[in-house]
Design a protein around this ligand. Sequence first.
Ligand code: NAP
Length: 490
Amino acid sequence: MTVEVDVAIVGAGFAGLGLGIRLKRRAADEGTSESFVILERADDVGGTWRDNVYPGVACDIPSHLYSYSFRTKPDWSHVYPSGAELQEYLRECAREEGLLPHLRFGEPVTDARWLADDERWLVTTPVARYRARVLVSAVGRLSEPRIPAIEGIGGFRGRAMHTAAWDDTLPLADARVGLVGTGASAVQLLPELARRARHVTVFQRSAPYVVPRGDRPYSAAELDELTDAAARHSLREQIFWDAESAFPQRLGVPAAIGELRDRARTHRETQVTDPVLRAALTPDYEIGCKRVLLSDDFYPALQRPNVSLEASALQRMDVSTAVAESGARHEVDVLVFATGFHATRPPFADLVTGRAGIRLADRWSDGMRAYASTVVHGFPNLFVLDGPNASLGHNSAVYMIEAQLEYVLGALDHLRASGDPLEIPLEAEDAYVAVIDAAARDTVWLSGCTSWYVDERSGRLALLWPGYAHTFRERNGTFDPAVYRVPVAS
Ligand code: NAP
């Protein structure tokens, strides 16, 4: 079966659903008529928020900003949304915005290739083939769990799981748990794990910077006020510009980064009383180089009698003994990998073949790159959301996605009017990447730590936009056909 569509969207998380909503609303408001499908490998919407259900999962961007500007929600229960609340929000969006007829669940894309003669993408799933004028990758960057190669893991007789594949039925009350990693997922999980498990050993390869979170429920009076759309809008604006004001920290502006360093140090000194433990929890790289974590209960959890810190990496398993790089040995029944995702090498790129038979993964063999952080030379009518240089370390990913949606919608308008496929010339892509690289040079992200923001093959800041969020929108939130007019180099 081959289905003809104008737009094939891959992924039903924030980005894919957001585009679906915009297309539906445009059709209703302006009479545009692109047909579209949203292909989703799982059986529900939600992306990150569907898959990450470990105890304590939440977002560290406030609820009223980490949601669509075109579909605000008056009754967020807390300042920061829990994973479950976000998942419910996305389900509600899909239902109420009329996306269900467009969603194809249980359809993982196994191949997507550009048919030059037809000027169409042929997208294959186990269920159907789609001939689409436009292909939109909305697969996210936190979708493929990364588990480090641990020698001897095959001989481990207990249970091992990644935070993105949490099994809530696993009995923990009598279990000795090894928690591997101290990133955003681990700091959220540890306090819950420590309450449930007999013992937790935290394997910390690098100490994270942690600052206060200050989450709280909204009061009845606030919730009442937030039923007013104008009040929600002004709260959203205030949260957004507060977050923007943190960007000079990432540029290493001395007063700004000094204030952030002080906030993290004061938090550590206030919450960690033992000087030996405090020293082990003190990072040895510049603040902001890795994601700065927000938590009020991570340090207290580490000081519970049933929790111990192993201040080195998990190196190998010797049956049920977890051996750390320090040589220390820890008995464990359960291993939880809070070790992040394949963010710089999206596996989806292996499945996409563009003009002249080039695979996207090969085009990106030195790391991901795109013009306007969205379109790639050699891949006509392909739009990549939340891909290269489109994430932030200081503000909301949803804001960035919305800017990219504007770009895609502008391109769709152009395609409807002009007919010819859109392929970004190599010169334009190179020039854009050069500007990004020059801006990245002065940021704290390239100050010398290892992080998933940086592609280890090229040393490029591949994930993050090295600027303010609002400058991303100014630069990339409007489709400009002029830049496509230069001849396409092969
Ligand atoms: P992550 O940030 O990539 O952290 C992975 C952790 O695993 C790091 O601490 C890393 O140490 C550690 N690690 C890797 N191999 C190890 C080993 N053999 N032994 C010990 N430690 C090891 O992953 P994440 O915490 O899952 O976060 C992934 C993404 O999700 C990030 O963007 C994060 O911000 C996001 N997230 C966001 C929220 C939110 O509230 N917005 C919540 C959860 C996750 P090194 O630092 O030394 O590499």
